[in-house]
Design a protein around this ligand. Structure first.
Ligand SMILES: Cc1cc2nc3c(=O)[nH]c(=O)nc-3n(C[C@H](O)[C@H](O)[C@H](O)COP(=O)(O)O)c2cc1C
Length: 210
């Protein structure tokens, strides 16, 4: 029997199935499933390939409770088998001649010097326009989207959560607020509610062809 769906059609169908799930069953996720979700994050693109992020995986019930409190007691966070918090580096780590950029930059073909030469102008542009931390943080959304879609392939639902008190999330994770900012909190688990159909504008309202 032939699969009548192209890979793109299959992917778009999957995007219809993923929804912002607000309540999860108590079923835990397997460590292999969690790892695959993380892998989807790891493979996501970042500006200059710098990967200025870290993925915190919270499964401990006591920590989950504190995390939910930091997220305005949202049920999705409180009931999720796993919460993944994507954190992003603050501005200081992105200094062109600093240790972080050296460690990341040296992995690429060509010399580290050539990498930094390429990066330094863009860094200066970001710095002058006061956008470094916004640039760092916004990349978390790409990893989040890929993780959420990857999870949906296994019937695992999720919900992007921006409703959190950053200082409290940082405290729960025990990370240094001078080094890290919080991008997103994403609860994952098996849904305790049916798939919610998409409410979206038609493409004609959203697209302009030039
Ligand atoms: C950046 C971002 C932040 C969000 N924050 C929250 C949140 O704090 N709480 C919540 O219940 N849903 C949150 N959502 C979920 C959206 O409301 C939801 O994705 C949107 O309504 C579209 O629905 P769908 O995901 O089911 O297609 C967030 C979504 C995004 C993309």
């Amino acid at each position: 029997m032939h699969d009548r769906h192209s890979p793109m059609e299959t992917f778009l169908e999957l995007m219809h199935v993923r929804f912002a799930c607000k309540s999860f069953t108590s079923e835990p996720l397997g460590s292999a499933q969690i790892r695959m979700i993380l892998e989807a994050g790891r493979l996501s693109p970042t500006s200059f390939g710098l990967e200025g992020w870290r993925f915190h995986v919270v499964t401990d019930p006591a920590m989950r409770k504190d995390l939910a409190a930091a997220c305005f007691a949202q049920e999705s966070v409180a009931s999720a088998a796993v919460n993944i918090i994507i954190t992003a580096l603050r501005a200081e780590s992105y200094a062109p001649y600093g240790a972080f950029v050296a460690q990341r930059g040296i992995r690429f073909p060509g010399t580290l010097e050539a990498f930094i030469d390429d990066y330094v102008g863009y860094h200066q542009f970001l710095q002058e326009s006061g956008r470094i931390e916004c640039w760092s943080r916004s990349q978390c959304y790409i990893a989040a989207a890929n993780m959420m879609n990857a999870a949906a392939t296994e019937g695992i639902q999720s919900c992007a959560i921006e409703g959190f008190k950053e200082e409290e999330v940082i405290k729960v994770l025990g990370i240094d607020a001078h080094v890290w900012q919080v991008g997103l909190v994403i609860p994952f688990g098996l849904p305790a509610e049916p798939v919610r159909p998409k409410i979206r504008e038609p493409l004609e309202h959203l697209v302009e062809y030039h």
